[in-house]
Design a protein around this ligand. Structure first.
Ligand SMILES: [Zn+2]
Length: 265
């Protein structure tokens, strides 16, 4: 039975700092992961790899956005053993820049028992990529950036919607469906799939059914990163890599596949 990802937290500090005038400039997107303890060296390397994947897919912020590196504090702690609470992830403080709300820092905390279990079953890299996306704003800063209204199930950001129409061969789609099932930390923060991740959605890209997309609410392996997900970050202030996104999504998937293959004896 598929397992839900970490419940996301939408409780963070909105720091309404107005950007200083430098309209022609855009900062590179840089993630600095600070390891706060409780993580093995192999687990730390998975965090670093996830940060590199997102920086490759999203090399900078949009024009006029001046940001310091996104600092993510990652840590492990004993919570409740395997299963139950996996941990939490989300933005810490959020700042306004050039009309967008962006995470300035964030945290990712996991139960050490779950970390060990996920690492041994080969899904930790997927989980870390997923949770890091929430820290970057996926599902957590949609309301602030006017691409989604809680409870509607309809994501309307223009870039992700355009990608979705093409990628999933749904040219008439008026929105990207958002999950309304699951717990409060699952609903309104992920792409829609069958509740519980229990079956295919019938919305199929070249990389697979939406069920296997990285940013749905339940973990199904092996996962892929859709163009829709990459472009959703463009909707909330990032610039996607060119050529994009299939090449990079493929690379990211390749990384995951290598990881999955390695665990098979
Ligand atoms: Zn999630």
């Amino acid at each position: 039975m598929p397992q839900p990802f970490t419940r996301i937290s939408k409780f963070f500090t909105l720091a309404a700092l107005i950007s200083l005038a430098s309209p022609a400039l855009a900062s590179s997107f840089v993630i600095n992961v600070n390891f706060g303890g409780g993580l093995s060296s192999s687990q730390q390397s998975i965090f670093t790899s996830a940060a590199n994947t997102w920086m490759s897919l999203l090399p900078s912020y949009r024009t006029g956005i001046n940001m310091s590196p996104l600092t993510i504090t990652a840590s492990g702690a004993a919570i409740d053993g395997v299963g139950g609470t996996l941990g939490s992830a989300g933005p810490g403080s959020v700042v306004s820049r050039a009309g967008f709300w962006l995470a300035a820092n964030g945290s990712m905390q996991f139960d050490t028992a779950d970390l060990t279990n996920l690492e041994s079953n080969g899904t930790l890299s997927t989980v870390i990529l997923h949770e890091m996306a929430h820290v970057m704003g996926f599902g957590t800063l949609w309301n602030q950036n006017n691409v989604y209204v809680d409870g509607t199930g309809q994501y309307t950001g223009a870039n992700a919607l355009a990608a979705y129409r093409t990628e999933f061969n749904l040219p008439g789609a008026a929105y990207v469906p958002v999950e309304l099932g699951g717990s409060s930390g699952t609903a309104n923060g992920h792409w829609d799939e069958v509740d519980g991740g229990a079956g295919n959605t019938g919305r199929v890209s070249a990389l697979g059914d939406m069920r296997y997309e990285l940013m749905t609410g339940w973990l199904n392996s092996p996962s892929f990163i859709s163009k829709t997900t990459v472009q959703s970050f463009v909707d909330i202030g990032f610039v996607a890599a060119v050529p994009e996104p299939s090449t990079f999504a493929g690379l990211a998937s390749g990384t995951l596949l290598v990881f999955f293959l390695k665990r098979r004896r």
